[in-house]
Write a protein that binds this ligand. Structure first.
Ligand SMILES: *Cc1c(COP(=O)(O)O)cnc(C)c1O
Length: 492
């Protein structure tokens, strides 16, 4: 087992480009002042910030003056969404309406929920099953009181890219402000703020450091946008707080590198994504999540029929990937993005998001392909869809006992198979759909059964729980194992 897993989670964060690291280190050791100070060390810092502001603006076709530095895309989104609405006259606000996508990032849905709590009407529009929002669907969902449309350009789970020019045209025609979260698109797709009122960026998704981002604010919106963090009046009063010069310099350089390297990176990511998809697409029951073509190049999201999500992930320790499985989410619910695209709970759970980056290689992709193929084969060999594997036992003349418990749609199903001769178990097997702890408990029990008689003690569900190291909330699954065992033994 490799100590460091293959990193296929660039949609969560990317390694910092070594040139960015060097530039940041230089700033940190240069003895610069506070960029708000007017003495020479302060002015030296301000000059670095001004240069970075140009670099950020250049990536998205914006003037440097329209860039507001933030701590990342979460803060940029909150500033755009809350600041835009709260900056409207009370009259307009009280009848106001905000529209986002049900598949948007939590960094959009959180502020939108806050506005709903404050009494605003909100719509969380469900896109088509391929994740794409059509201009017609957007137009139909706008209302006379719509103040803002806020949407993610490239979805961080599926990689689906919205058609920004078409959606921006609808907003402009209806006089509605448009906020775009471009955290995943920067450096991969061309970006232009033409027709867009607010656009969020974060450096750590394209080779920059964590903890710094930016919001583009169209000049016409600057007057009404309400600061959400107040204090010293930095960033023209739109975002108070001492500017972190080294972070901003890092982001600026990352933007410049993203701009000059975008086409080459996009081609690299697309060819690796194709390789990954082609290496898995021939397997039965593998489903591509999101539109096949209208997407950013680096993200592949797949759902797997007939396997349980937690077990799939647990079997892939050599890969650092993301999953829609509930155990991967703080809410305990499987991916709301995939659910909104019509995937059922099982398919949302049993999903993997593999996201590639500048440093990804064909060899890493091949490692991922081999690992996923191996795990699917392993888990599907236990599948409830297969007939009980007992032909060889019957050929031996052994008596076969079997017991089942649970249900696949409830997340756990298992079947125990015992071969008995006289008053002894001579062999035992299982089939199961369930979490890694359930599979481990089945494996342990099946290993312990041969040689035992109908009433030899076999331990209790509580023992199995303790032996498998499972958390206590998995006791229910151990009780299912007990049920299956009893069902098998009752026929003896
Ligand atoms: C990563 C991400 C964010 C959050 O950005 P932070 O800078 O980490 O706050 C927001 N939106 C999208 C689409 C993202 O991918």
């Amino acid at each position: 087992m490799t100590a460091t897993p293959v990193y296929l989670d660039h949609a969560a964060t990317t390694p910092v480009d070594s040139r960015v690291v060097a530039a940041m280190a230089e700033v940190l050791s240069a003895g610069l002042g506070n960029p708000a100070s007017t003495h020479p060390p302060g002015r030296a810092a301000a000059a670095r910030v001004a240069h970075a502001r140009e670099q950020v603006g250049a990536l998205i076709g914006a003037a440097a003056a329209d860039i507001v530095f933030t701590s990342g895309a979460t803060e940029a989104n909150a500033l755009a969404i809350l600041g835009h609405v709260r900056g409207q006259p009370a009259e307009r606000r009280s009848k106001g309406h905000v529209l986002a996508l049900a598949t948007d990032h939590k960094a959009i849905l959180g502020p939108v929920q806050r506005l709903a709590d404050e009494g605003l009407a909100v719509t969380r529009l469900v896109p088509a099953r391929d994740g794409v929002l059509s201009a017609d669907a957007l137009a139909a969902a706008l209302r006379p009181g719509t103040l803002l449309v806020s949407l993610v350009h490239v979805n961080s789970e599926t990689g689906v890219a919205q058609d920004l020019p078409a959606l921006a045209a609808v907003c402009r025609e209806r006089g509605v402000a448009l906020h775009v979260d471009a955290a995943q698109s920067a450096g991969k797709l061309p970006l232009d703020v033409q027709g867009i009122d607010y656009l969020s960026l974060t450096a750590h998704k394209f080779g920059g450091p964590q903890g710094v981002g930016a919001l583009y604010v169209a000049p016409a919106r600057r007057v009404t946008l309400q600061a959400q963090q107040v204090g010293g009046g930095q960033e023209r009063g739109l975002r108070a707080g001492t500017l972190p010069t080294h972070q901003i310099v890092g982001m600026g350089l990352a933007c410049e590198l993203a701009r000059s390297g975008r086409e080459a990176l996009a081609a690299h990511l697309e060819s690796l994504r194709q390789r990954l998809w082609q290496g898995l697409a021939d397997l039965p029951g593998v489903l591509l999540n999101g539109h096949a073509l209208q997407r950013a190049p680096g993200i592949l999201n797949l759902s797997f029929e007939d396997v349980e999500g937690e077990s799939l992930l647990a079997g892939l320790p050599e890969l650092a990937v993301a999953t829609g499985s509930a155990c991967n989410s703080s809410s305990g619910e499987p991916s709301y993005v995939l659910r909104a695209l019509g995937r059922d709970t099982q398919l949302a759970q049993a999903s993997l998001r593999m996201s590639l980056g500048a440093g990804s290689t064909e060899q890493e992709v091949d490692t991922a392909i081999a690992a996923v193929r191996r795990e699917l084969t392993r888990l599907r060999a236990l599948s409830p869809r297969l007939p009980p594997p007992v032909a060889d036992w019957q050929a031996q003349g052994w008596r076969v006992l079997q017991g089942e418990a649970g249900a696949r749609r409830l997340g756990t199903w298992l079947r125990l198979l015992l071969a008995v001769e006289g008053d002894r178990v001579v062999a035992a097997r299982f089939q199961a759909y369930g979490c890694p702890h359930t599979l481990a408990a089945c494996r342990a029990l099946v290993g312990a059964l041969p040689g035992q008689g109908p009433s030899t003690p076999r331990g209790s569900p509580a023992d199995w729980l303790a032996q498998s190291g499972a958390p206590t909330d998995k006791l229910g699954r151990m009780l299912l194992l007990e049920d299956a065992l009893q069902a098998a033994l009752s026929a003896w």
